[in-house]
Design a protein. Structure first.
Length: 576
């Protein structure tokens, strides 16, 4: 029998939350007799099936033994608790687990040293991430304070009622462009309309340095954004707002964007490649352009403004940035402009924007199935998808090394860091695989935020979703087991995690020191540790043939449940 949804197993009432030890040490306490976990009897889990057990009324759960092996994944399925460690204990109350194979170490505490530095491509996105986070955080702050109030709720550019006469190519328009981050300063610029597509209007600042796009390069650039990239995001997340009633998205390339990055930072922190600013959709300030705009760099091969950027550089960095920022723009427009609500929580908004980047990779992966489109036929991904996917692989690997401390649901853009971004990509990718990619539009087109938004879009409690997601991070592609044998809820459809991370470890063992980043610890004795809300940890439990059952105790301390506000639960997968 398999119980999958949390609602179906609430009656079991058990939470087991486990995390890897801190500093490689675990406090050992003798097992205690504990209160039953809401229901008596043995919980039956079939081989290669799963259940999630909630625990607030008691602290014990009993599983069948007789040689069965289990993946035990405690998790705190909440997005509304304090982002801090919570102490707990977990251990074996009855049944002997002497046949446990020792693991190489828990998922975080015995983390192998990373001999190499952060991949240069990821390190050079630091300036972009920080700037993007600052803009989004400021927009949320301005909305919450009442300083910004949207004045229009028009959506769907291109609709007959919103079609306006498009200015002729070569005409000049005036824009306010952010020219200083601290202090905040906007500069008025003139920009020439250089490309008109069905979906975008491409403007280039009249003060752009020479040696930029040739006419053919400009046409190809505009076509890519208009006919390929824009539809990718709109098909996935919905149409952006259209408060300026021009039926198009404006793409504005200005050297002021180049100048936002000091040249001294280019080699270490990278540069700002592009952005969306909520002031354009939700403010009556004179610095607002009152329209949907993606701001980006101009080619500057001689480095006259800041970092040197050739046309080839712009072609490489702008597409994934555009997909990422356009999702932010669409999300903000729906939540704030159409529905008059708060902007999406930072972690969920960022997770969807990272999925938007991945969609660029998937477009080229589908266009160039292996071995086509690859410099080396053995490559997992075609050359054209590298700029969209490579950074995401490092982010997700970084997260899976520390799943019990890098919270999925409590971070915001302002927190910085890398690992939590990897977690939210993995959650959003899994959610789209399990519930269908139409869920992305549902998440965008409403006024709900955070875990409540996910629960509404998925049509079920977030707790059960988070439990199955936690299991999928390990059992997605178990060695020697056909992926089709793993329940849909516990695997990815578009990705094979073990294949990807194994390949990364093979080609770059310094940056990817494990064949698979998650290494469950052996569950034996009684363990004292901590776990952060919105995280999970991984343990293996093997029973012997002579054991009929094994009972696990979990709580704030032996016999004492964790707070219900933490949504503590234990997700269990029976291994073959």
């Amino acid at each position: 029998m398999r119980v999958r949804s949390l609602g179906a197993v609430r009656v079991l009432g058990c939470v087991l939350s486990i995390a890897a030890c801190k500093g490689g040490e675990k406090g050992i306490t003798p097992p205690n007799t504990a209160k039953p976990c809401g229901a008596s009897g043995t919980v039956q889990v079939s081989s290669l099936h799963a259940l999630t057990v909630a625990c607030t009324a008691g602290t014990t759960v009993t599983l069948a033994g007789a040689g069965a092996s289990y993946l035990i994944v405690p998790n705190l399925a909440t997005g509304s608790a304090a982002n801090q460690p919570n102490a707990y204990t977990i251990g074996i109350v009855s049944g002997v687990s002497s046949d446990l194979a020792p693991a190489a170490g828990p998922s975080l505490n015995l983390l192998p040293p990373v001999a190499g530095e952060m991949p240069i491509g990821v390190r050079r996105q630091a300036r972009q991430r920080a700037f993007d986070a600052a803009l989004l955080t400021n927009a949320r702050r301005q909305l919450a304070s009442g300083a910004w109030r949207p004045v229009s709720r028009v959506l769907s550019p291109g609709a007959p009622t919103s079609r306006a006469t498009v200015p002729p190519v070569g005409s000049i328009a005036q824009f306010h462009v952010l020219s200083s981050e601290s202090p905040v300063r906007f500069t008025r610029v003139g920009a020439k309309l250089s490309f008109v597509g069905a979906n975008i209007l491409l403007y280039i600042d009249t003060l752009a340095p020479p040696s930029g796009f040739t006419s053919n390069q400009l046409q190809a650039f505009g076509q890519l954004f208009d006919q390929t990239l824009y539809p990718i995001d709109v098909n996935a997340f919905g149409a952006p707002s259209d408060i300026d009633q021009n039926g198009h998205l404006i793409v504005l390339l200005s050297p002021l964007v180049n100048g936002l990055t000091p040249s001294s930072q280019c080699d270490t922190q990278g540069f700002i490649a592009g952005f969306f600013d909520g002031i354009d959709l939700a403010s009556s300030d004179t610095s607002s352009n009152h329209g949907e705009i993606f701001y980006s760099l101009v080619p500057d091969p001689n480095g006259t403004v800041s970092c040197a950027h050739t046309v080839a550089d712009i072609d490489a960095v702008t597409p994934p940035t555009f997909l990422h920022e356009l999702q932010h723009l669409i999300n903000f427009g729906h939540h704030v402009v159409l529905h008059g609500g708060a902007s999406e929580r930072g972690w969920l908004d960022e997770g969807l924007s990272i999925v938007a980047e991945e969609l660029g990779s998937l477009y080229y992966e589908d266009k160039y199935p292996p071995p086509t489109g690859r410099t080396n036929p053995a490559q997992l991904f075609p050359d054209s998808s590298q700029g969209f996917i490579n950074g995401l692989l490092f982010l997700s690997y970084s997260y899976l090394l520390k799943t019990d401390t890098a919270t999925v649901t409590l971070h915001s853009d302002a927190d910085g860091g890398l690992a939590w971004r990897g977690s939210d990509w993995l959650l959003m990718r899994w959610l789209g695989d399990v519930k269908g990619t139409a869920i992305y539009k549902t998440l965008v087109d409403n006024s709900l935020t955070g875990t409540a938004n996910i629960a509404n879009a998925a049509g079920e409690a977030f707790d059960g979703l988070f439990g199955d997601f936690s299991l999928a991070l390990y059992v997605d592609s178990l060695p020697g087991i056909p992926k089709s044998s793993i329940p849909v809820r516990n695997r990815y459809a578009r990705r094979n995690l073990r294949l990807i991370y194994n390949r990364l470890n093979t080609v770059d063992p310094q940056d990817f020191p494990r064949v698979y980043p998650v290494v469950p610890a052996a569950l034996t004795g009684s363990i004292s540790s901590t776990i952060v809300p919105g995280t999970m940890a991984f343990y293996l439990l093997n029973t012997t043939a002579s054991q009929s059952t094994v009972t696990i105790d979990f709580g704030a301390s032996p016999g004492v449940p964790l707070s219900d506000a933490l949504h503590p639960q234990l997700s269990i997968f029976r291994l073959p």
